[in-house]
Structures are given as C-alpha cells and as structure tokens.
Design a protein around this ligand. Structure first.
Ligand SMILES: Cc1ncc(COP(=O)(O)O)c(C=O)c1O
Length: 387
C-alpha cells in the first residue's frame, strides 16, 4: 500500500486541475499580453483565475499578484516593502519559526542595512504577543508572521498581530501558504496588508503562487521588466500554472468543510491512536490552535531520519523537520525555537494529510508504525541507557 502523508511538502495534483492546465499547454498557448485572439483567450483565462484566487481569500481580483510560488511572494512582500519604505524606517519584525523564504530574506536584508527582530515563540510555537509589542520601534515598517506553521501546524493569532501593526501604523504580511485552502482565510477579516499563498500545497501546480497586496499598498517589485501584473511583477504570465492555481483555489473553496470534518477526524485518529499505542512520545505544537491536517510527534530515543526511511520501505511517506545542510543534518529550527533539545527535535516526525487521504491509509500507518518503533528502540543505545 502507498500512503502519502507529506502534504505540507507538496500535494498531488487534482485531476480537474490537470485537465484545465492541459488546455493551455496544448491549444490556448497565447501570450496574455498579445492583442490578437490567442492573447485574448490567455488574458481571459488569467483574469478568471485571478477571480478564483481572490474569492478564496476574500480579496478583490486586482489585489492578487501572480508569482512563481510562495518563496517569490514572500521575497516580494519583504523586499518590496522594505526597500520602498526605507526612508521611513529600517526595522522589520518577524519571528523564529518562519519558513526559510522569510527568514533568509530577512537575513539578507540585515546585510543590506535593515534591522530585524526575531520575536521568540512559546513552547507550543505561538508567537509571544508581549514580546512582539515590545519589539516595535518608531523605525518599524513591517511585521511578518506566518499564519500556519509548516512543521507543527500551529495557528498564529494573525488577526491580533494585524491589529497591533495597524495601531502602530506598521504594514503586516502573513505567509499563509499552509493555511489557505485548509482553514478559512479572509484577508478582510484578518485585516492583513500582504498575504502569501502557493499552488502546490492545495493540489495545484508547483512554481506558481500569489501575493495578496491590499489596494493602495506602496511597494517595489522584485522583478523589473514589462508592465505585467499592474507593474507589481514583470514577466510573461505562466498561463497554464495560473489557470491551475485558479482551479485549485476554486476546488479548495468547496473543501474547507471536508478539512474541518473528515480530514480533522483522520488526523485526530492518527494522533490519538499513536499516543495510545506507543509509549515515550511527545506531541509538538499547540493542540488547540492547530490546522486540522498536521500532527508533529517526537518518538523518543530514535532518529527521525531512520524512522522516515523505515516507513518509506513500507510505502508510507512522511517528513522530519530537519534540514540537510552541507552533508550534515541540522535539527529543525522550529522545534529548537520551541525549546525542544536536540534529542527531542531529532526524533520528530511530521504527518501531514490532505483531502485525498482516506481512513484505510491511516489504519495502515497505525498497524505498521508500532513494530518499527519497537525494533528501532531495541537497537537504540539511548533507549537502553534510559530503561
Ligand atoms: C510556510 C511556507 N512558506 C513558503 C513556502 C514556499 O512556497 P513555494 O514552495 O511555493 O516556493 C512553503 C513551502 O514549503 C511553506 O511551507
């Protein structure tokens, strides 16, 4: 049996998305900027997709800027705001558990003369609002805090953070790559200025995403060239990708209830049964403020990578939060920021579900996992020393 439980890394394409995209690879191949009918068909498709993306997040279509994915949208938001508002101030606030698309961009901006405050999180991965308030300076121009964390699924209080930002006349960006299409995201209710989303986390194509930019927000583009995307993002539109993203958003809008009901039920079953069947485990994240499709669990006395490989032999795909850099495995920066020591961080596994998972798959995982853990612990010197 093949069981894919790594949907926060990427999701399988929905066949309906593929169908819509194929039309634009095969027949309607025009450049959306061309005036002839080929171009007009491409333009119409791009604008229809823009409406679908906007509808999913409660935005106006003109507030949607198509990008090459979540990474580019994050880079555009941070660099675009930072460089435009530099005269007003050079201070940015983010936090320690952001995706590298935000963290590394902030580190680069620091090299370019900006100051960045990385606000800590509590041991369940929630940004400490008091610390965030204290970090605000007269020079602060932007706050960026993700909506749902990709490793542990924790939901940040972005509406409250947006309010703090607004009260202090600071722009607010949220990376919503892991929340859009999974929980309700409404840019008007959250009152964010900028929001990042990505196609391949919601059964759409890779290499396409969008940045919501509240109307009237002044910023620089990341890429210079033609006047595409109202001068916010130069480059010939990736029409098949954009069409795929639009279709994925349309389908996602109809599946939010499924996430809250069936997907949440499957995640809860997976988690409660693992907790019941396997001793010496630690749940990572906030059990109450958490997206319905993610469970991050530390299996003590074992290495997450070893468990990942053993599960892969049985046809089950999961992930660890660890990052491979220059040949060595670094423990997850998210779990480390949540105060987990290296032993707890290195035994962590992320299970992430999608609307395409079924109960039989969770049952197969639950049958397979306890035996693997037993065998790995029998061989673990750490386990023998502790018991
Ligand atoms: C929270 C978050 N932000 C940004 C990204 C990057 O998105 P993309 O893969 O579309 O560049 C990801 C992807 O893993 C993510 O999980």
């Amino acid at each position: 049996m093949q069981v894919y439980l790594d949907n926060n890394a990427t999701t399988p394409l929905d066949p309906e998305v593929v169908e819509e995209m194929l039309k634009h690879f095969r027949d309607d191949f025009g450049n959306a900027s061309s005036i002839h009918s080929y171009g007009q068909r491409a333009r119409a498709a791009v604008e229809e997709a823009r409406q679908k993306v906007a509808a999913l997040i409660g935005a106006q279509p003109r507030e949607i800027v198509f990008t090459s994915g979540g990474t580019e949208a994050d880079n555009t938001a941070l660099r675009g705001i930072a460089t435009w508002h530099r005269k007003k101030g050079n201070h940015i606030i983010t936090n320690t558990i952001e995706h590298p698309a935000v963290l590394r961009t902030c580190q680069q901006l620091e090299k370019e003369g900006f100051q960045v405050t990385y606000v800590p999180v509590d041991n369940q991965g929630i940004v400490r609002l008091e610390d965030l308030r204290k970090a605000i300076k007269p020079q602060t121009i932007l706050i960026s805090v993700m909506h749902v964390n990709n490793e542990v699924g924790t939901i940040q209080p972005v509406d409250e953070i947006a309010r703090i930002a607004r009260e202090n006349k600071i722009l607010f960006h949220t990376d919503a790559v892991q929340s859009v299409g999974k929980i309700k995201v409404d840019v008007k209710a959250l009152r964010v200025d900028l929001l990042t989303l990505s196609g391949h986390k919601i059964h759409g194509p890779k290499g396409v995403g969008a940045l919501y930019v509240r109307q009237g927000t002044r910023m620089n583009p990341l890429l210079y060239g033609g006047s595409h995307e109202r001068n916010r993002r130069a480059g010939t539109e990736n029409v098949p990708g954009i069409v795929g993203l639009g279709k994925a958003c349309e389908l996602a809008a109809g599946c939010l209830d499924d996430f809250q009901g069936r997907v949440r039920f499957l995640r809860d079953k997976l988690e409660t049964e693992i907790l019941r069947r396997i001793p010496d485990i630690v749940l990572n994240g906030n059990p109450n403020f958490r997206a319905p499709h993610v469970s991050n669990i530390t299996f003590r006395y074992i290495e997450g990578e070893g468990l990942l490989v053993s599960l892969d032999f049985k046809g089950i795909a999961v992930s660890t939060g660890a990052a491979c850099s220059s040949g060595s495995v670094e423990p997850s920066h998210v779990l480390t920021a949540m105060g987990r020591n290296s032993e707890l961080a290195s035994g962590a596994i992320r299970f992430s579900l999608s609307r395409m998972n079924i109960e039989k798959e969770v049952d197969y995982l639950l049958e397979t996992l306890p035996g693997i853990i037993d065998r790995m612990r029998e061989m673990s010197p750490l386990y023998r020393a502790a018991k």
